[in-house]
Design a protein around this ligand. Sequence first.
Ligand code: PMT
Length: 411
Amino acid sequence: MLDGKSILLVVTGGIAAYKCLEVIRRVREKGARVRCILTRGGANFVTPLALGALSEDRVFQDLFSLTDEHEIGHIRLSREADVVLVAPASANVLAKMAAGQADDLATTALLATDKPIMVAPAMNPAMWAHPATRANMAILEGRGVHRVGPTEGAMAESGEWGLGRMAEPDAIVAALESLFGGAADGLLKDRRALVTSGPTHEAIDPVRYLANRSSGKQGHAVATALARLGAATTLVSGPTHQPAPAGVHLVRVETAREMLDACLAALPVDVAVMAAAVADWRPADAARNKLKKPAKGGKSGGKSAPPALKLVENPDILATLGGRNEGRPQLVVGFAAETDAVVENAVAKRRAKGCDWLVANDVSAAAATFGGDDNQVHLITADGVEEWPKISKSAVAERLAQRIAETLEPA
Ligand code: PMT
């Protein structure tokens, strides 16, 4: 998908700049050409020599360089590429892009380009969470700028933990591939896919809810993998911190009932993969106002029992899709989250839910599947049970997408 593509990589200031060297290596392995613009900030973290050596091309740094302007010029530089990738994208460059500033070569090229732009933000979590950055990012996404990351993790410079780490090189490469339509000639071109991801939140009152530990990593990876193979993919996701995968239509929901509605609205599809951890129950009646704790010293002395939570069953989205007579997706795939007797429980669950395949994973605390980067699954089909090795969630997703592509009947 990247073969023959030309990428203009803008490297701005941030400790994550070292990762862009790996991005260059990987996209070049896939046959892409890379040209780099290095900002003054970026040059504090990587050298033009390193970028030039890996890209095997000139590195551009100065807007007013007579030689560069004479030989190629910033307008041509920005337009000769098929995509402009800003990695890492600092809070500063996002702010300048949102404001349309052009005070150096990088921002001038970003303003002048007529090609898609993808940013890989990287900054301190407080800077990423700041309303100014949120607003700038919203403006840019509203203008069609693609985003990959940031992800959650430890900050190299401060030891803080949070959302702000630049996406890993393989995620950036995958996002670039999706952007180029992974699509046009992929194994799943002309196919439609529906994926669910993340937890659902079921309100108890306006400030409290029932939820679970799903991060959305596995479901989002499945949507990414299907889109990379060319499927027109709708991702219906509960609340997560995962970035919207490039090239995927993302529908954000909160509750199981909203998730069901969004899934039904996405039909018809050829394949549905339900990786969301949907709450089986919800509070029967969410209170309109915040439930109050009895005041201390009242009649009960503040010791009255907590309010009883009456639960009612949520609709089962997987069983609803699997049981449809009309408009059933050709392939309905569920995930089973089990803490014990993983395979036995999942085999029974596959039948009970009327799905074709079930991907069973161990979600006991020891397995660290919820929120973790790796997963060890069993694929359960009508033909039997296959054990897959422990691999990254992206690798599980890619393997599953490949199997789906091989299994769907010809369109
Ligand atoms: O999000 P991560 O942190 O990456 O973790 C990934 C994961 C563990 C959440 C994921 O791999 C996974 O196992 N997802 C399914 C979780 C789940 O709800 O399992 P379950 O065994 O309770 O449900 C079985 C299937 O029924 C699932 O496909 C689920 O989406 C579906 N279901 C469940 C209840 C419900 N009301 N409607 C449903 O559609």
